[in-house]
Design a protein around this ligand. Structure first.
Ligand SMILES: [Zn+2]
Length: 451
């Protein structure tokens, strides 16, 4: 008998999330766009697609140039007239990402007290978030620091030249992780289509070069390869890295969707990679990213893609709210979502990917015994990207077996005569049986409920 973990939920062969930064969105544009994306109503863009595409939200908006952007509260903490609408969207699963604590571009103004006030309101209303997306320019001190982007959101204190320690005015990640946020996007953008698949260093540069249509990737590949022959951190290794970066090509740093990360305050979380291009982040560009060719490539590579998208940004601002080319692409995606590409909101894809790594691969099938034939769900801290490694301690903190609803979608090929039981802790987890997939193999999928 064969029991083998499938990469994606049946029947899918690739996965995509349209992960939108809510910049420039108003309540009106949000309603119109999401009616098309999420419902079956007839809309100005055609029949609604009914896809699981969620969005992000600004809690505050302090951008002096974009006063009409959708936001939950004023800087004084008072809910705006759109707060009820936003809560409704969160409840319906149409908003699942916090776009930082809001838009503080051009003017700054974020302080820890804003996080405290937002958290109070969220607790009162039973709102929580799993995903954080950094936003905007250098004035957004609330952002999570990246290697090349210093920021203050996860820095609890600074030591001044006189040796005195001061708490950082903008620090908030103790509050934010307590709200449930575990997946942080801190500007890790990749032009490589398809995360979480085997990708060698050489193949990485080859794909980059093919994507940009330049030979730059090949040069970078050679220099990076030469640098890798020297010890890590040595002068030659660092010189190679610098040369690659100066040629405008990002140095190969793996291709996992989730990357274990320790915040500046020592809290273990995950970062994630988003797919897209810095220079072209408009609606028109999203339409091009979702071309038939790219969707085929994603399936061939059996990869994940969390897109870097801005429904509110237009190359041709005078045109319709969604350009025709993007509407066409989204309809194509709808077609693929029937049985080839799993289209799911960002938080769902990230949660699934984490469960696949932390539980799916380590779970074991045992024939007979006390439970009879059964797949036992086993937690593996070593495989869990969220378990993290604290800077003081090299051992991974065991977060324990996640609740069954976070494991929904895990799928095993199963060729026995009857489906086995699936045991979560000491209870039976609910699953459904699937017909043969494109490889002619039957499988079972966890539904995220207890029997
Ligand atoms: Zn943004």
């Amino acid at each position: 008998m064969t029991v083998k973990l499938r990469k994606f939920p049946y029947p899918f062969r690739g996965a995509i999330a349209i992960c939108n930064d809510c910049d420039l969105m108003t309540r009106e544009s949000f309603q119109k766009i999401h009616a098309f994306l999420n419902t079956a109503e007839s809309t100005e863009f055609g029949d609604g697609l009914g896809l699981d595409i969620a969005d992000s939200v600004f809690w505050y908006n302090n951008n002096p140039y974009e006063p009409d952007q959708l936001a939950y509260a004023g800087l004084d903490g008072k809910p705006t007239r759109d707060a009820g609408f936003i809560r409704e969207c969160i409840e319906k699963g149409r908003i699942d990402c916090l776009h930082a604590y809001g838009d503080f571009s051009h003017r700054g103004g974020f302080a820890r007290k804003h996080a405290e006030t937002a958290a109070e309101e969220m607790e009162k209303r039973g709102i929580s978030f799993r995903v954080w997306l950094n936003h905007g320019d250098r004035h957004n001190f609330q952002n999570i620091a990246a290697e090349y982007l210093p920021s203050l959101g996860d820095t609890p204190e600074v030591v001044m030249t006189d040796g005195k320690t001061y708490p950082v005015w903008e620090y908030h990640t103790d509050i934010t992780t307590a709200l449930g946020v575990r997946y942080f996007w801190n500007h890790t953008l990749t032009e490589i289509l398809g995360q979480d698949r085997p990708l060698s260093r050489t193949a990485y540069y080859r794909e980059l070069a093919a994507g940009s249509g330049s030979g730059g990737g090949l040069f970078a590949a050679l220099v990076d390869k030469a640098g890798s022959l020297f010890p890590r951190g040595s002068f030659m290794s660092r010189a190679a890295k610098l040369t690659v970066e100066n040629s405008g090509v990002p140095v190969f740093g793996g291709n996992d969707l989730l990357i274990p990360h320790v915040l500046g305050d020592g809290r273990p979380v995950c970062r994630f990679r988003r797919w897209g291009h810095w220079r072209t982040d408009t609606s028109e560009a999203l339409g091009e990213m979702l071309s038939g060719e790219n969707l085929d490539t994603l399936i061939r590579r059996e990869g994940y893609a969390i897109t870097y998208a801005h429904f509110g940004k237009r190359r041709e601002p005078a045109g319709p709210l969604l350009p025709d080319s993007l509407v066409e692409s989204l309809k194509r995606l709808k077609g693929e979502s029937e049985n080839r590409i799993w289209v799911a909101r960002t938080s769902r894809l990230l949660e699934y990917n984490r469960a696949w790594r932390a539980v799916g691969g380590s779970s074991v099938f045992r024939a007979g015994g006390k439970t009879g034939d059964a797949i036992h769900l086993v937690y593996d801290a070593g495989g869990d990207p969220l378990a993290g490694t604290s800077p003081q301690d090299e051992t991974k903190a065991a977060a324990g077996l996640p609740p069954v609803e976070e494991l929904a979608g895990l799928t095993w090929y199963f060729d026995g005569d009857y489906p086995p039981r699936v045991i979560h802790g000491d209870r039976d987890a609910d699953f459904r049986e699937n017909p043969p997939d494109h490889e002619g193999m039957r499988s079972i999928t966890l539904t995220g409920n207890y029997l």
